[in-house]
Structure formats: structure tokens, C-alpha cells
Design a protein around this ligand. Structure first.
Ligand code: ATP
Ligand code: ATP
Ligand code: MG
Ligand code: MG
Ligand code: MG
Ligand code: MG
Length: 258
């Protein structure tokens, strides 16, 4: 029999493949809860939207922005969060597997650590996990279109889910509610909510309709003993529920990504 340990370390290392993200592009790492349909059932999340669960997600995202200074913006809805790294970032020399795994595991451990703050009377029944992926966006416009796509998704899903759960709560089965909503347009769904259930869609909380955007407030210049030091400080991390599809948000906050 041959002995183990005869292969040159150099040769062993050569099997690792390069996984560097394209330089000078905006890297978006999107994480998503694994089987959160089940996780939300087991932990009795309110349907369609459990506000505490969303606030826990937001708090984890704030922690991620504080931990990884190259992340300049994040957008979250449901069990997902997109983290945008500045395009000059050299985090982990842009190795995608390291970037994805470090962000995803930091988010996940924070979720577990902070669970009790948001659900003081609910025991966590089993450990949640999140998957992650990274995509490079080469231009500012495509990046903004990516973020707009996630917010459109938030809107469409929220409107559907709000109708679906109102129908279920009014006594229909899940299948009946699904069939009822098949093929309905935005306007019909708004009419259903307003006529049958007295809900004005546009008066539902912003966090449900807009998702959550996380970013640093405009950076402030540090002032030390009367002298202006060159050091730039980042502003505090905030969570806003704003429209990021409209261009004006980005024009009003040029420091975030451009
Ligand atoms: P996958 O592992 O493929 O992502 P999933 O079950 O997580 O499967 P998603 O498409 O990611 O499916 O959808 C997440 C699901 O988690 C939603 O459909 C919803 O049922 C539930 N969910 C997530 N966040 C909340 C919340 N804040 N309130 C209520 N339900 C939620
Ligand atoms: P990086 O983020 O680059 O991985 P690191 O500080 O984690 O940096 P590693 O090369 O992964 O560096 O080494 C892990 C270090 O963690 C060890 O050098 C040791 O100091 C410490 N460590 C890990 N496990 C143990 C352990 N069981 N007992 C004592 N120290 C440990
Ligand atoms: Mg998934
Ligand atoms: Mg999921
Ligand atoms: Mg999801
Ligand atoms: Mg280590």
C-alpha cells in the first residue's frame, strides 16, 4: 500500500479554483432564509407579515453594515437581504466564496443571538440557516435596476399575500383563496381589499409595502480639538422604508453608492 502524505502541498493547493469577483463592479450578496415557509409556520409568525420577524432581519442587517465597512447599502424583504459592496472593495481580495460565507454566517449567528430580544416569549425550535449568492453589477444604472426589481417583488408579493391571508382568515380554504386570486390584476386586488375587507392597501405599514433599506447617514467630518482632522467618519446606520424605485431617492442620497 502507498503511504499518505507524499503529494506536494503545491500540487494539492492547485486544485483550488479561482473565484474572484469581477474588479470594479458593484457586488451584491443576497442571502435568503432556507425553508422559511416552514420556519415561519413552526415559530407561528403572523401572516402575511410578522413585524417582529422583519425587525429582527433589519437588526441583523444593521449589524452586518457595522461589521463590514465596505457594505454601503442593504435592502431587505421577507426572509431575504441584499448587501451592496462599494465597487472598489477589496474584501477578501474579492474571493466570492469567502465574501458570501462570511456575510451569510455573520448574519445567521446574529439572527440566533438576537432572537430573544425580538421574541422574548418564543423559544427558537431549531437552528435557522440562510443561503447566499453574489452577483456583480457593472454599472450604477443596472445596480439601481436590481434594487428596484427586489422592491417590485416586495410589492407584488405583499399585495398577493395580504389578499390571500384575508381570504383565508375570512373562512376560505387555502386552495379556494388561491383559485380566487388566479389571474387578478393589481387594481382588482386593491378593490377586493377595499370592498370586501375595508382595507386601503396604501394605508398598510410602509415596512410591509416598501421593505427596508439600510445605509449610513451622510458621512461627517471628524473635528478634533478645534482642528479639522482629515479623518472621515461614517454616519450612524439607519433603517428606512422608502421608495428606492424612484430616482429621487438616489439623487437625494448620492453618498450611498455613487
Ligand atoms: P427557500 O429555502 O427556497 O428560500 P422558503 O420557504 O424560504 O424556501 P421563500 O420564497 O424564501 O421560501 O419565502 C419565504 C417565506 O417565509 C414566505 O413565503 C413566508 O411564508 C415566510 N416568511 C418570511 N418572513 C416572514 C414574515 N416576516 N412574516 C411572515 N412570514 C414570513
Ligand atoms: P482568519 O480570519 O484569517 O481565519 P484567524 O484569526 O481565524 O484569521 P486562523 O489561521 O484561522 O486565523 O487561526 C485560527 C486561530 O484561532 C488560531 O491561531 C488560534 O489562535 C485560535 N483557535 C482556534 N481554535 C482554537 C482552539 N480550539 N483553541 C485555542 N485556540 C484556537
Ligand atoms: Mg432560497
Ligand atoms: Mg427563503
Ligand atoms: Mg425568500
Ligand atoms: Mg480563521
Amino acid at each position: 500500500t502507498k503511504d499518505i502524505g507524499k503529494t506536494e502541498p503545491e500540487f494539492i493547493r492547485s486544485f483550488q479554483f479561482e473565484n474572484k469577483l469581477l474588479p470594479l463592479t458593484w457586488v451584491v450578496v443576497r442571502i435568503d432564509g432556507c425553508h422559511f415557509h416552514r420556519f415561519s409556520d413552526v415559530h407561528e409568525f403572523e401572516k402575511p407579515n410578522d413585524e417582529q420577524a422583519l425587525k429582527l432581519m433589519n437588526s441583523c442587517a444593521v449589524a452586518v453594515l457595522k461589521e463590514f465597512e465596505d457594505i454601503h447599502f442593504a435592502y431587505g424583504v421577507s426572509d431575504e437581504y441584499s448587501f451592496v459592496l462599494k465597487k472598489e472593495s477589496e474584501l477578501y481580495k474579492r474571493q466570492s466564496s469567502k465574501i458570501i460565507s462570511a456575510i451569510t454566517s455573520f448574519f445567521t449567528s446574529t439572527y440566533v443571538l438576537q432572537w430573544g430580544e425580538f421574541f422574548p416569549h418564543k423559544e427558537m425550535k431549531y437552528p435557522p440557516s440562510f443561503d447566499g449568492r453574489a452577483v456583480c453589477y457593472p454599472t450604477y444604472n443596472i445596480l439601481l435596476d436590481y434594487l428596484a426589481w427586489r422592491q417590485v417583488d416586495c410589492h407584488i408579493n405583499n399585495q398577493y399575500n395580504t389578499c390571500f391571508w384575508m381570504l383565508v382568515k375570512s373562512g376560505k380554504t387555502k386552495t379556494q383563496s388561491q383559485d380566487y386570486l388566479k389571474g387578478t390584476q393589481t387594481r382588482e386586488k386593491n378593490e377586493l381589499l377595499s370592498c370586501q375587507f375595508g382595507i386601503e392597501y396604501n394605508s398598510l405599514p410602509l415596512i410591509f409595502r416598501m421593505g427596508s433599506s439600510v445605509f449610513h447617514l451622510k458621512e461627517a467630518v471628524a473635528v478634533e480639538s478645534g482642528e479639522v482632522s482629515g479623518k472621515k467618519l461614517k454616519g450612524e446606520v439607519v433603517v428606512h422604508h422608502c421608495n428606492i424605485i424612484e430616482r429621487c431617492f438616489w439623487e437625494e442620497h448620492p453618498h450611498i453608492l455613487s
